[in-house]
Ligand binder design. Structure first.
Ligand code: SAM
Length: 234
């Protein structure tokens, strides 16, 4: 299962991507070497984890999770630097989608302080972009490639991918990310967006706590007015 969700038994891959049906014979769309080199430069020389690798990939992270032995989504991603070029289609057998890979990127950043870069299709109207990119990432590089040429079976795919792609960055090294990736696309800091969504979440939490206290107070005064025994919550 890969860039384009494999249609079981057909040997052909297909997905409805951003409203377009796309077909491909490939199951392994690997990162081209110039992007592998760029990611390594941001990370200071090496990639700690590639959680969804395959035998043809040139990413060569220190640790690689690979099917069928290791399901990358079922593992802990406790590594200082992680590069993810996930399967873009849904995996029906495991009942996962690209959203699960985004969630793991954010979890490894928040739980382990990992630096994470993900190569993904641009899909700014999806809930996973809104939640995990606009609400949690530190930067994005919208790649200039008209058609990104992935590696297929070790060779450059001449047709290239039909959709726009981006590198998403979760980490505290914006300067390094920007200096490396500005050669490949438009780099945008998401810091203020992340802060405002964190503030919005805090405001929502405070509102919920206030409503909870207010409702308990109302309940308490109703009970005491009717002469019932009141639990000493205050
Ligand atoms: C788009 S390719 C990227 C390969 C490699 N990371 C790279 O960038 O060169 C995605 C790969 O994820 C692998 N994959 C899919 N689901 C996986 C899972 N649950 N655990 C580990 N690998 C998985 C597929 O076999 C496929 O080779």
């Amino acid at each position: 299962m890969d860039l384009f969700d494999a249609v079981a038994g057909s040997g052909r891959a297909s997905t409805d991507f951003a409203g377009r049906s796309v077909h491909s014979q490939s199951h392994h769309w690997c990162t081209p070497p110039q992007y592998v080199a760029a990611v390594k430069r941001v990370f200071g020389g090496e990639i700690g984890l590639d959680p969804c690798s395959n035998r043809e990939s040139v990413v060569k992270a220190k640790c690689e999770f690979m099917l069928p032995e290791t399901d990358g989504l079922a593992e802990e991603w406790n590594f200082p630097s992680i590069y993810v070029n996930p399967p873009y289609g849904a995996d029906r057998a495991r009942r996962t989608t690209i959203r699960d890979w985004f969630a793991k990127c954010v979890a490894s950043r928040t739980e382990y302080g990992s630096q994470v870069i993900a190569l993904v299709p641009v899909a700014t109207n999806t809930s996973h972009w809104k939640q995990y990119v606009f609400g949690a990432a530190d930067a994005v590089c919208f790649l200039y490639d008209t058609r990104l040429r992935f590696l297929v079976n070790g060779n450059t795919d001449n047709k290239g991918a039909p959709m726009a792609c981006a590198m998403i960055y979760w980490g505290d090294g914006f300067t390094a990310f920007e200096s490396v990736f500005s050669a490949f696309g438009a780099v945008v800091s998401l810091e203020s967006l992340k802060k405002s969504s964190q503030n919005a979440r805090q405001r929502q939490k405070a509102k919920e706590m206030f409503l909870f206290d207010f409702n308990s107070l109302k309940l308490r005064s109703r009970k005491s007015a009717s002469g019932e025994r009141v639990a000493s919550a205050y």
